[in-house]
Design a binder for this molecule. Structure first.
Ligand code: GLA
Length: 396
């Protein structure tokens, strides 16, 4: 563990002791993620290329005797409590009775029991205390980090023999049904499968995951995150609307998912759907191709050569998918003008963060340029930091 990580793990332990008056038996953690490329392709059965980052959510755990689960976190120090036996009645129908953040860990407990057909009375109750240094609302998957940490901690404690892909699917189910955000599988897979210095090239139809060496450090590159501070939520609004447009496009072409649509199909699609739906589909189809091109370019030429693909991805999200915001466009333009190799918004959009791939000696110039551009536009100052591709969920 790094120093920051040790601190966050200690914070989870300290919160546990303060809240529950006992020592935890251990701590587990799972990271946030940056998506290098492949946005809004996951729920279209397409391709994504995310990597786990060094920011993690830690959970301290101890079993309890009475079949109840109690959760507390540094996000919201109110303890939320339920019995394991009542989770199936709470989710999804009565989820509104649970404070929002607590739907993530309780939802994972519920989805784990369901997926493993485990009777709630056959496993021990648990106390869980969470601490995190994954920025919330920045598009870096703070939610998948909570889900991943909960999933590995509970699976080990309950002795459930589930692999990482199964745990990712459990996290996704919690997010879809217990939280109510209609998201795909990318974030959970990145958080559970992450590897140092590498991205996960994921086929979201088959869930085949390949580890792709990124080689940023060897190429003298840094991955800079520019967090705009514009908060988003995928449980409401734009995310679900984009997903619906994709489903309309696939239905018009008579295919199960946009994964099955190629660039050659686009002229035919233009005859079948309205102009907005057409552009939504065009984003997904071209973005899938950009993921494949990025993987090939990384393998053949290394990370310095992927800049144009990142820039094209951003333009497609801004113009065709329309999920960027002025702050994200400003961050991308400022980074490129200060010499970034490439830049794009990352994550679901409508706020959150942009990423920029930057030569080590230009990180300061990019930081200064983004800060100045935000000030000139009257935007609140962004938070800017570098991230390193890191390992996925584990016991600390
Ligand atoms: C959010 C979702 C993911 C994915 C991205 C967009 O992060 O959780 O499943 O759809 O948006 O690529």
């Amino acid at each position: 563990m790094t120093t920051t990580d040790t601190r966050t793990s200690d914070a989870a332990r300290a919160l546990f002791t303060a809240s529950f008056g006992a020592e935890p038996v251990g701590t587990w953690s799972s990271p946030g993620r940056v998506n290098l490329i492949g946005e809004h392709t996951d729920y279209n059965d397409g391709f994504v290329l995310p990597f786990a980052i060094q920011h993690r959510t830690h959970v301290a755990l101890a079993p309890r005797e009475d079949g109840r689960v109690r959760v507390v976190s540094t996000f919201d120090e109110r303890t939320v409590e339920a019995s394991l036996a009542e989770l199936h009645a709470l989710f999804p129908e009565r989820r509104d009775e649970i404070p929002e953040w607590a739907r993530y860990p309780l939802g994972v407990a519920w989805a784990l029991l369901e997926a493993s057909a485990t009777h709630p009375e056959s496993v021990t109750g648990v106390d869980l205390a969470f601490a995190s240094d994954v920025p919330v609302g920045a598009g870096l998957s703070s939610s998948a980090a909570i889900e991943g940490a909960t999933a590995v901690a509970l699976a080990e404690t309950w002795g459930l023999d589930l692999d990482r892909v199964a745990l990712a699917q459990i996290g996704r189910r919690a997010e879809n049904e217990a939280v109510g955000a209609p998201t795909g599988i990318m974030d959970q897979m990145a958080s559970l499968l992450g590897r140092a210095d590498s991205a996960i090239f994921l086929d979201c139809r088959t869930l085949d995951a390949n580890v792709i060496n990124l080689g940023f450090a060897a190429a003298g590159l840094e991955l800079v995150v520019i967090d705009t501070g514009v908060k988003h939520s995928h449980a409401t609004g734009g995310y679900g609307e984009r997903r619906a447009a994709c489903e309309r496009g696939a239905a018009a072409l008579g295919v199960p998912a946009l994964r099955d649509v190629s660039l050659d199909d686009l002229p035919r699609l233009a005859e079948l759907v309205d102009e907005v739906t057409f552009r939504r589909v065009r984003h997904v189809v071209t973005e899938n191709q950009r993921v494949l091109d990025t993987v090939q370019t990384l393998r053949e030429q290394g990370p310095t050569a992927i800049g144009d693909l990142l820039v094209a991805s951003h333009a497609s999200m801004r113009d065709d998918f329309e999920i960027s915001v002025p702050e994200l466009d400003t961050a991308v333009e400022a980074a490129l003008s200060a010499g970034a190799v490439g830049a794009r918004m990352t994550g679901g959009g409508f706020g959150g963060a942009a990423i920029a791939l930057v030569a080590h000696d230009k990180v300061q110039a990019v930081t200064d340029a983004a800060t100045a551009a935000f000030a000139a536009s009257g935007f609140a100052a962004p938070t800017i930091f570098t991230v390193a591709p890191s390992a996925g969920a584990a016991r600390d």
